[in-house]
Design a protein around this ligand. Structure first.
Ligand SMILES: Cc1cc2nc3c(=O)[nH]c(=O)nc-3n(C[C@H](O)[C@H](O)[C@H](O)COP(=O)(O)O)c2cc1C
Length: 441
């Protein structure tokens, strides 16, 4: 029986917007490296495939009025964090976000090729076009480029990235002391890329990765995002509110692969999942509600404003969500949130509470059996290849997942009982990609 894949989405005190106010949260977690070591080691105890950190290029992660209520506007830079976590972990994949709007492909290629070499083939990069437009102001740009242009850049960026990672063949470095030949010329490949957005000569000044290439992840759910994933990514993160949405996403994304000469299994689909689990349903609900009660209304309204793309900050949280247009530029979830609120006749408070734990990813609150039932149902009905676990609160809710849900998944034989591979690519069950310059030989 195939096993599901699990990723851990890290964030200092958790993904619930009020997590840092919880009595058990380590409120210094945004700067305390030891907390991240604990998260990574707990994930390895649960045999996770990878840990992932998102990233943005601005401290303005919510609407101005509630910025000082947010715990992750200032914390550790994720790539440096991953590099530092490497010697504290042995098996788990190390993944973080890089932006095609603000980072240079040569730099990103070097960084992840290096992380791959020092971690023994465990690196991966989540390619995003960056949703938060204010980042542009930190990168000498007056405004964020429109979304179609951002995806056009992203497409070329990924092409350059892959080309650079194919700069060297695996056996290029012969290190022959007798003849004073460190590498073979014919195993080194120039890129000479001259495109619309990038001009990159190459080769990359880092050798080939132990897993062929670092893993590429994509996290945009729009048509352009799905297409980019189908063309080049190894994993796509999704955000689905229920199994039907996840199945539609799964079917659509997998069906796009064949036109790029790829098999459906070459791209793993991992929707986000937030779990609050306890021995009894009542206990799990009590724990979940404790977090909900900690949301300051100003923070809730600011969070909602940024996610939906309309300003609710001056509004009464107990008013019904008004009729609004979706704002495509903030992402595919704007329309989904408005639609859900209108359908259920929710107030603004109900809407922000609904999204506060996991920003539109699936939320489960229940016993290990109940949680495993749903995970198994999604996994065996082509809704996913696994999940990206989004704990609402560190360390409590992630510890509970590893201690209670992981054994249940193992007992059902849908999850590994030991690490079966060394590289992230092996863990994910992905083939080593063909080297571009040698594929016709
Ligand atoms: C699990 C997950 C992680 C994401 N991480 C980031 C991130 O680190 N930085 C970012 O700017 N956007 C991130 N996003 C947002 C998307 O990559 C994308 O920018 C956004 O959804 C808008 O694009 P879309 O309209 O194609 O969905 C993430 C999305 C998901 C589902």
């Amino acid at each position: 029986m195939a096993h599901m894949k699990l990723g851990l989405f890290i964030r200092p005190t958790g993904h619930h917007i009020a997590s840092w106010r919880h009595p058990n949260a380590h409120d210094d977690a945004n700067v305390n490296f030891d907390r991240f070591i604990e998260m990574a080691q707990t994930a390895e105890r649960g045999f996770f495939d990878m840990l992932f950190s998102a990233d943005t290029h601005t401290a303005w992660t919510t609407t101005d009025s509630a910025l000082n209520r947010q715990h992750y506007s200032a914390w550790l830079e994720p790539y440096t964090l991953l590099a530092a976590l490497t010697p504290h972990t042995r098996h788990i994949g190390l993944v973080c976000t890089k932006s095609t709007s603000f980072d240079a492909p040569y730099t990103v290629a070097r960084q992840f090729a290096t992380l791959d070499l020092i971690s023994g083939g465990r690196s991966g990069v989540n390619i995003v076009t960056t949703g938060n437009g204010r980042s542009a102001l930190n990168y000498s740009q007056a405004e964020h480029k429109p979304k179609p242009e951002r995806y056009d850049i992203a497409d070329e960026f990924v092409d350059v990235l892959i080309g650079l990672w194919d700069s060297w063949e695996a056996d290029a470095f012969i290190r022959d002391k007798d003849t004073s030949t460190f590498f073979s010329w014919d195993k080194m490949h120039m890129l000479n890329h001259s495109g619309k957005h990038f001009q990159v000569e190459g080769p990359l000044n880092v050798p080939r990765s132990p897993q062929g290439r670092p893993i590429i992840i994509q996290a945009g759910g729009s048509d352009a995002g799905r297409e980019l994933a189908a063309k080049s990514a190894d994993v796509i993160f999704g955000a689905s509110q229920n199994m039907e949405m996840a199945q539609e996403f799964y079917r659509d994304v997998k069906s796009r692969l064949s036109k790029y000469g790829r098999q459906p299994d070459d791209l793993k689909i991992l929707p986000g999942l937030s779990v609050t689990v306890a021995e009894t349903k009542e206990e799990a609900e009590k724990r979940f509600n404790e977090l909900q009660d900690l949301i300051h209304p100003d923070h809730g309204l600011a969070f909602l404003s940024r996610r939906v793309g309309h300003d609710f900050t001056k509004m009464d949280p107990d008013l019904l969500v008004p009729k609004l247009e979706a704002v495509d530029d903030v992402g595919t979830r704007s329309g989904q949130m408005i639609e859900l609120a209108r359908k259920n006749r929710w107030t603004l408070r109900q809407l922000y509470q609904h999204f506060a734990a996991a920003r539109g990813h699936m939320v489960l609150v229940g016993t290990p059996d109940m949680v495993a039932d749903i995970m198994q149902e999604w996994f065996s009905n082509q809704a996913c290849d696994g999940f990206n676990i989004i704990p609402s609160l560190f360390p409590d809710e992630f510890d509970a997942f590893v201690d209670l849900v992981v054994p249940e998944l193992q007992a059902r034989d849908i999850y590994r009982k030991a690490y079966e591979g060394n590289t992230l690519r092996e863990l994910l069950g992905l083939r080593i990609p063909t080297h571009r310059q040698t594929k016709n030989i």
